[in-house]
Design a binder for this molecule. Structure first.
Ligand SMILES: [Fe+2]
Length: 455
């Protein structure tokens, strides 16, 4: 096995972005503080962790093989930590073992499922965008199968399904370069099966990382980072580049009409930018309020990772009737991986959480933005600790929107190990209520979720 050094010249393989080289299982983890007894389930987080030979110079952060890290909590104890590569044929070619069974033909797109991990309808899935299907994992993170959602998935899935808190259904925006000027919207029912599919015409082949939903609409981010055939023919690991001539626009697919098609999508132009992640969106009269981490552009000069200027938290007020747009900066501190209280997805909300972003996309600070007062709590424990994506978990029966916990992984640069940290979300700048000490390092990655048992 090729070992990538921590001092790789590629910033997306260096420092705490360097991969780890072993799968480990550790039980009865050391805990400082007191894990809330309400937390019974798993915190899981996915991220790229390349294995085998790669071209270090050209390696793109988004293309590394997926590795899921998990911590199981119950009865105020941290029962285990596991990390497992998500098995695909490519991973098995390096590590050995039999590739998992697949619901798909052998030539179906199979990109590393490295971006997020979710629980839905009692199953756990590692997920990615770009054409690949979800990969089902066991409770203990072994790969079960390359899934078609019981034969209901037309083709591609996404790393960012949004669960409608009113229905429990997942709303998903998918894309694949081979579709040409088209993306596809899916609704996955609470039974885990796709029940609605809408093909949506776009101007080109946008890299469509995420979507937002409101009560009235599903939002389509048709933005100027698009599939580049020349780059693909030349072997680019991720052939999506910034296109200066591509109009930046957001589509609004009506959700209130279950028969709506591409022809019903209303498009609103915005100033050129790129959005990986909305914090949230909601309806307000004829307007949709959209909050997102706004990148000035994407994959223009830096084509190994998302470093084309600072991502800043931005609010758009988009009038779907008139096309009028107002764009304002909420906070110009660089931040990404925005999260909120999940039962307010698509609805008016007050608090958003995010990870502060440093040089070469280092994840450092934890932020909490109060949209009502404008107050921002930015917790930094630099230079010792760098925090990843904060996940909010609501306290059952809580009244205030921030009554619950913020859970995040952090890297300890002194011990070169990682911790799972649990904060009282209402006191993000106070000491954590619990720290689960892992004996290993977890590389900075992408997305995670708290998956209570049964979800
Ligand atoms: Fe993402």
């Amino acid at each position: 096995m090729t070992t990538i050094e921590r001092n790789s010249p590629n910033p997306f393989l260096a420092g705490n972005l360097a991969p780890v080289h072993e799968e480990v299982t550790v039980t009865d983890l050391r805990v400082t503080g007191s894990i809330p007894t309400e937390l019974t389930g798993r915190y899981l987080r996915n991220g790229p962790n390349p294995v085998g030979r790669i071209n270090e110079e050209k390696y793109h952060w988004f293309t590394g093989h997926g590795m899921v890290h998990g911590i199981r909590l119950r009865d105020s104890k941290a029962e285990w930590y596991r990390n497992r590569w998500v098995r695909t044929k490519q991973v098995c070619d390096v590590l050995g073992g039999t590739p998992p069974p697949s619901d798909w033909p052998a030539d179906h797109p199979s990109f590393p499922a490295n971006t997020s991990v979710i629980g839905h309808a009692g199953r756990t899935y590692a997920i990615v965008e770009g054409g690949s299907p979800p990969i089902e994992l066991s409770y203990d993170l072994d790969t079960v199968r390359i899934s078609s959602l019981d034969g209901t998935l037309p083709m591609a899935f996404s790393a960012h399904p949004k669960r409608d808190p009113r229905t429990g259904e997942l709303h998903v925006m998918t894309y694949w370069w081979g579709w040409g000027n088209k993306v596809q919207y899916l609704v996955v029912g609470v039974d885990g099966r796709v029940r609605r599919t809408v093909d949506i015409d776009t101007q080109g082949g946008p890299m469509l990382h995420d979507l937002a939903i409101t009560e009235k609409y599903a939002l389509v981010f048709d933005l100027p980072c698009v599939f580049n055939l020349d780059a693909a023919m030349k072997g680019a690991s991720l052939p999506y580049y910034w296109d200066h001539d591509y109009e930046a626009r957001i589509g609004f697919l009506p959700r209130t009409n279950e028969k709506a098609t591409s022809a019903d999508v209303k498009w609103v132009s915005i100033d050129p930018c790129y959005i990986f992640h909305p914090m949230n969106a909601y309806d307000e009269g004829d307007e949709v309020v959209l909050d997102a981490a706004r990148h000035p552009k994407m994959f223009d000069r830096e084509r190994r990772g998302p470093s084309e200027g600072d991502p800043v938290l931005t609010r758009w007020r988009l009038n779907v009737s008139t096309g009028a747009v107002r764009e304002t900066t909420i906070d110009d501190r660089p931040q990404e991986f925005p999260r909120i209280r999940e039962d307010l997805v698509g609805l008016p909300y007050r608090y958003g959480y995010a990870a502060g972003i440093g040089v070469d996309f280092a994840q450092d600070t934890l932020t909490k933005t109060d949209h009502q007062t404008g107050r921002v709590v930015a917790r930094t424990d630099q230079p010792r600790f760098g925090y990843g994506e904060p996940v909010f978990v609501a306290r059952t029966g809580g009244v205030d929107e921030d009554d619950g916990w913020v859970i995040a992984l952090r890297h300890d640069t002194v011990s070169d190990t990682s911790d799972l940290v649990i904060f009282d979300a209402a006191a993000l700048d106070a000491d954590p209520v619990a720290v689960v000490h892992l004996p290993v390092r977890v590389p900075n990655g992408f997305h995670g979720n708290w998956i209570p048992d049964g979800q």
